[in-house]
Design a protein around this ligand. Sequence first.
Ligand code: ADP
Length: 535
Amino acid sequence: MRADRTRERTVVLNQLLLGVVALLSATIAFAMEAVAVPELVLGGLLLVAVVTGIALAVPWNRIHAPWSALLPICDILAIALLRESNPSAGFSLLWIFPAMWIAGSFGLLGLVVVNVLTNGVYWLTVALDPAQSLTPVIILIPMTIVAVSTTAYLASKRAAAQRALLDAQARLLARAVERSRRQEDLVTEVLDAVDFGVIRLGIRGEESVRNEAHARMQRMLAPGGAEQAAFAEDGLTELGVEQTPLARARRGETFDGDLVWYGKPGKGRRALSVTSRALESAGGERVGGILVSRDVTDEVMALRAREDLVASVSHELRTPLTAILGYLELVLDGDDLSAASRRGLEVAERNAARLLDIIADLLTVSADHHGGVRLSIDQRVARVDEIVHSSVEALLPRAAERQITLDDAGIEQVTAFIDPLRIRQVVDNIIGNAVKYNVDQGRVEVGVTADMDHAWIVVRDDGTGISAEEIPRLFERFFRADAVRKTTTHGSGLGLSISREIARAHGGEITVQSELGSGSTFLIRLPLREKGRRS
Ligand code: ADP
C-alpha cells in the first residue's frame, strides 16, 4: 500500500505559498522604498526561509501531527518582524496564511490558538509602536484574520465530513463486492457438486459458465478431444450439427428432457437427457440460455432391459396360452359336461382370454424391440356411438356387481374416421377404469358428441380420482397410481399408454382432469374425417 503523504503535502504547500508571498511583498516594499528597518525585513525573510527549509526536509508523515504546527507559529513571528519594519506597509495581512493553515489543519483548538496568537502579537506590536495612529484599518486586519481562519476551519470540517462519507461508501461497496464474490463462489461450488452438467450460454451463444460435471461429461463423450456423433432418441438417426442440443439452445430453443445418444450404435455410447431454457432479463429481452444435461445411460439401459424381458416372456407365454384356450374351447363345445364343470371351465376360459389380452398389450408396448405386434390402425368411417354403447353394455355386469351406475344418456349419434376395433379397445379401457377405480355405488357418465372437426368421447366418474402429481405420469407405460398399488385392484399399467398411442395414431388425443377423492374425467378426441378431406 502506498504511504499516506497528505500531511507532508499540506505542510510543504502552505509553507511554500507563504514563503513566495512573503518574498514578493518584501521585494515590492523594497522597490517602493517602504521599508524603514531593512534588517527586520531581512530577519523576517531569513526566518521564513529557515522554516521553509525545515518544511521541505522533515518527513512530516512520520512525526506526530502537532509538531507541524510549530512552522506556522514561527511564520507568525517572522511576519511580526516584517510588520515591525514598517507597520503601515500591510505585512500584517500575511498572517492570513498561517492562520488559515492552523485553523484548517488543527480543528477548533487550532482556530482559537491561532487567533489568540496573531491577535496577541498584533496588538502587542500596535501597543509598542508609539507612532501608530488609531485608524479603522487597525481593527480591520485582526477581524479579517478571524473571518478567514473561521472559513478555513469550517471548510476543512466539511471536507472531513465528505471524506468520512466517501470512506463509509467505499467500505460499503467493498463489502458488497465481497458478498457478491462469496455468492458467486457458493453458486460455483454448488454447481460443481451436482452430478448434472450445466452450461450458461451468453447472448451470442458463448459458454460463460460450465460446471465440473459438464467438463467430466465432455471428457467422457469426447475422449482425446474428438467429438462423438450425436443420435436422436431412437439411437439410429444421426443429428446434424444444427440439430445438436447445444446448437438448438444457442438458437434460443426451449426443450425438456430430450434424449440424445452420443457415439455410434454399439458399446460405449452414452445417453444424455438434455433440457434447455432461454434466459430473459427483467425487461423480457433474451440474455442467453441454460443447458442442463444428465447422463441417463444406465436408466435407459435398465428400461430397455425391462422391456426386452417383458417382450420375450410375453412371447413365450402366448403359444401355450393359445393352446390352453384352444383346448378349453374344444372341451366346452362338447355336450358331455356337467353344469358345474361347464361353469368352472368357462371361468377358466374367461381368465385365459384375459391373460391373452394382457399379453397382447405387453407385446404392443414392446413393439419397438423384439419384433412385437406393431400398432396398426385401419381407419374407416364408423359409428362412434355404437362402439361406445356396446362397450357400456359389456361392462354393465361388472358395474352391477358393485352397484355402480353406468349412465349413457349423453351419447349422441356420431360417425368418425376411425379404426372401430382399436377405438373399442380404448373405450373399453377408459370406461373399464372408470368402473374399476370407482367406489361401490359410484356413478359413471359416458357421453359422445362432435364439433366441426372432431368426435369427443367423455367418460366421467366419481371414483378415487388421481393426485395432481400423478396426472403427468398417468399415460406412462406400467404406471399405476400409489392409491391403487395398495389395493387388490389388478392392472398392468399399460391400458392408458396404449389407449393414448391409439388415439394419437388416429390424429386424436386423450386428456384427463382429475382430483384425488372426487373423481376423474377422461376426454377422447378423434378426427371426424380423413385427413385433407372436407365434408
Ligand atoms: P391399469 O388400469 O391396468 O393399471 P391403466 O394404464 O389403464 O392401467 O391405468 C394406469 C393407472 O391410472 C391405474 O393403475 C390407476 O392408478 C390410474 N387410473 C386410470 N384410470 C383411473 C380412474 N378413472 N380413476 C382413478 N385412477 C385411474
